[in-house]
Design a protein around this ligand. Structure first.
Ligand code: SF4
Length: 223
């Protein structure tokens, strides 16, 4: 695993091209309370994004929210109608079922307001650690590091963090990433995974992390 000075170096290298990503988001209780109501659309989008491309997720979310924009309105639809509206995002029958359960739980437990704590988010049907952390990071302005497939791969390969699952690795990242890098970490790791440290044929030869990456150190470039 990378030592503390190597972790600093990794983020300094990754962040050099996009230092603006490391800017804290404003957090304010009044904004949070407002977002708690407006955040419903974001939560729907995050749930629909599972195994779906961004454009398809956006289309499915737009179609659903145009027809029903509140938990109450979605609960009033039957599952088949929800499934038809969100079909572009894939897995639409399971997602329709989950959305009904999610809306029901939101109304029963939180009066329809999306909660702003990880545990309360994860207690909602269909919301795992990644969904909860995306909501915290991008909607509520909390400096957590959501772990998707790209972040998982880069963190594993470099030796930044370890874990058999995305949730386990997210917990390890929480312990290992210093406060000074936490705002930028998600987008930097995500973009590095998409552009350079790809699942197949990572571009190790030109990688800025080549000198500190554990996987590069053993000379393997396979996924
Ligand atoms: S050196 Fe290779 S494996 Fe390591 S981060 Fe760069 S692209 Fe990924």
């Amino acid at each position: 695993m990378l030592e503390a000075d190597q972790i600093d170096r990794l983020f300094a290298l990754l962040g050099a091209a996009a230092p603006e990503e490391n800017r804290p988001a404003p957090r304010d209780r009044a904004i949070e309370a407002k977002l708690g109501r407006d955040a419903f659309g974001s939560l729907v989008g995050v749930v629909l994004s599972a195994q779906s491309r961004d454009a398809m997720t956006a289309l499915a979310k737009r179609q659903l929210l145009a027809r029903a924009a509140t938990p109450e309105a979605i609960l009033a639809l039957d599952e088949a109608e929800i499934a038809a509206l969100i079909k572009p995002s894939g897995l639409y029958n399971a997602k329709a079922r989950n959305l009904k359960r999610l809306c029901s739980a939101l109304l029963e437990r939180h009066g329809g307001v999306v909660p702003a704590s990880r545990q309360e988010l994860m207690d909602l049907p269909g919301v795992g650690r990644k969904c909860a952390d995306i909501m915290l990071r991008f909607v509520y302005g909390v400096p957590v590091i959501p772990v998707d497939t790209h972040v998982f791969r880069v963190a594993q390969r470099t030796g930044l963090a370890a874990g058999r699952t995305e949730a386990a690795l997210a917990a390890d990242l929480d312990c290992r990433v210093p406060a000074g890098w936490r705002w930028g970490a998600h987008m930097w790791l995500l973009n590095h995974g998409k552009r350079c440290c790809r699942a197949r044929r990572p571009a190790c030869a030109g990688c800025p992390l080549g000198a500190i990456c554990e996987r590069n150190g053993v000379g393997s470039t396979s996924a």
